[in-house]
Design a protein around this ligand. Structure first.
Ligand SMILES: NC(=O)c1ccc[n+]([C@@H]2O[C@H](COP(=O)([O-])OP(=O)(O)OC[C@H]3O[C@@H](n4cnc5c(N)ncnc54)[C@H](OP(=O)(O)O)[C@@H]3O)[C@@H](O)[C@H]2O)c1
Length: 278
């Protein structure tokens, strides 16, 4: 399989698009940022990025990476969150069919777990909002102004988050290994951890939080009520239930970081960085 040199990023100005673009540039790829002709984004890109404003149309693409970057679809088939992610599942099936039909087409999907950076993201961008409600984060619910942290269920359920920079590096690593990653759904993560493990590290760094116990058992009902009202925010309840609720699953079974030649990150270092950026 020939090597990949050029990669187009759709949504390069988005939450995931920015670290992916950064990592691709660092790894030496030529990046084209594809933005819709109707986009209102005011994002700017490094000078080496080619910007293409397009009406989306067909193109010959040797490797397609869908906008996956979330929880492992195989691990949530029979859950409400799994149902909400049905379109992502359909895309993977469709890509499989295309790869079977065209020998020039390949795909790779990356499940990356939740983004641990979003603690910082929520606090810096939605401070007013989290004053009003306890906004869930990917570490756990933390109310920084009042030093309150919500721990769901036992807090010991394992989950596998990634940093946004790790997501970017993983995409670049996939493209550096086109043969090994062709037509695969891979799961990567910065590390496997639990709410209590993260909180312990936060406290060892001198932060003190009041705990608010949270139950995930009724979150599906709350989510279902929201869905009945047409409120897609039900995603949050379903996600918390799936990621933090006690029960089976949680630990990453086969971290593809090894296949991609990446090392897992150090949890303590990441928590320290996220806290320093608040
Ligand atoms: N694991 C996690 O914790 C987590 C968290 C958030 C997101 N995600 C996943 O990451 C992926 C990307 O999410 P994101 O938050 O980065 O997205 P985003 O910031 O909402 O959107 C990124 C950009 O995509 C472009 N875009 C939006 N809709 C589009 C469409 N229908 N067709 C083509 N381009 C479109 C827009 O760029 P232009 O205006 O330039 O066209 C937009 O700025 C999704 O699959 C999402 O589920 C995972």
């Amino acid at each position: 399989m020939s090597s990949i040199e050029n990669f187009a990023v759709v949504g390069a100005s988005g939450t995931v698009g920015i670290p992916i673009t950064t990592a691709l540039l660092s790894a030496g790829f030529h990046v084209t940022a594809i933005t819709s002709s109707t986009s209102t984004s005011t994002s700017t890109f490094p000078p080496s990025v080619t910007i293409a404003r397009v009406n989306y149309h067909t193109a010959l693409v040797a490797r397609f990476m869908p906008s996956e970057f979330g929880i492992d679809l195989a691990g949530c088939c029979d859950t409400q969150i799994g149902a909400l992610l049905g379109q992502k599942r359909e895309i993977i099936e469709y890509l499989g069919k295309l790869a079977g039909k065209y020998d020039w087409f390949t795909w790779t999907a990356l499940s990356t777990g939740s983004f641990i950076d979003w603690l910082q993201y929520f606090v810096s961008h939605f401070t007013a909002y989290i004053h009003i409600v306890l906004k869930p984060t990917d570490m756990f619910e933390m109310h920084f102004e009042n030093k309150m942290a919500r721990i769901y269920d036992s807090g010991n359920k394992l989950y596998y988050p990634s940093t946004l920079s790790f997501v970017g590096k993983s995409v670049a690593a996939v493209l550096k290994k086109p043969a090994e990653t062709a037509n695969k759904y891979l799961t990567v993560a910065s590390f496997t951890t639990s709410q209590r493990e993260v909180l312990k590290i936060v406290e060892e760094m001198g932060e003190r939080f009041q705990f608010i116990p949270g139950e995930t058992s009724n979150l599906e009902i709350i989510g279902d009520e929201k869905m009945a009202r047409g409120d897609g925010d039900a995603f949050v309840e379903y996600l918390i239930r799936h990621v933090f609720g006690d029960g089976a699953g949680g630990a990453i079974e086969d971290n593809a970081a090894g296949l991609l030649g990446l090392e897992e990150e150090d949890l303590r270092t990441v928590v320290k960085r996220v806290l320093s950026e608040l």
